[in-house]
Design a protein around this ligand. Structure first.
Ligand SMILES: [Ca+2]
Ligand SMILES: [Ca+2]
Length: 161
């Protein structure tokens, strides 16, 4: 009886200390960061905006859509932990000056433009980016530049197919 009780306690101990941490850590894939209802990936490689968008889709995600001041602060924090510039999902390539989130066609709600942006410099800046030092502010930039990018996988609106 004493031995049975002991083995039962060990099983409980194992289930709590071994399986619980695995379960808690299972919601985002390795290398992705969880915030609210999404997992985010800060790329290490640099691609143009279209290739970056396709790379996110190949990993069941989209370039990041920033819906709120809080989400923007989270992204700004991540960007400040890296170097370089990062593509976001925003674009005005369909109608110049009308910014939308490309993956769902929704117009911008929350915005966080740098002063004097969007500038559409040289009439050739249709893609949204941010970078370390911008402190969460956004810039429009030429889509063919190769920079890093941020993917978002939203649990509430999962990408199908
Ligand atoms: Ca533009
Ligand atoms: Ca600009």
């Amino acid at each position: 009886m004493h031995v049975d009780m002991l083995s039962f306690d060990i099983r409980n101990f194992l289930s709590i200390t071994v399986f619980l941490p695995l379960y808690v850590g299972a919601s985002c894939r390795s290398g992705w960061v969880e915030y609210e209802t999404s997992c985010y990936y800060f790329s290490t490689d640099s691609l143009n905006w279209r290739d970056a968008s396709n790379d996110c889709r190949a990993h069941s995600s989209e370039l990041v859509i920033i819906d709120s001041k809080e989400e923007n602060a989270f992204i700004a924090g991540g960007v400040n932990n890296h170097t370089g510039s990062f593509w976001l999902d925003g674009s005005d390539e369909f109608t110049e000056g009308t910014w939308e989130w490309a993956s769902n066609g929704e117009p911008f709600g929350f915005t966080s433009w740098l002063p004097h942006e969007p500038s559409n410099n040289r009439h050739d800046e249709d893609c949204l980016m941010t970078q370390k030092g911008y402190n969460g502010k956004w810039n429009d930039y030429g889509c063919s530049h190769r920079i890093k990018f941020i993917c978002e996988q939203n649990f509430e609106n999962p990408i199908i197919g």
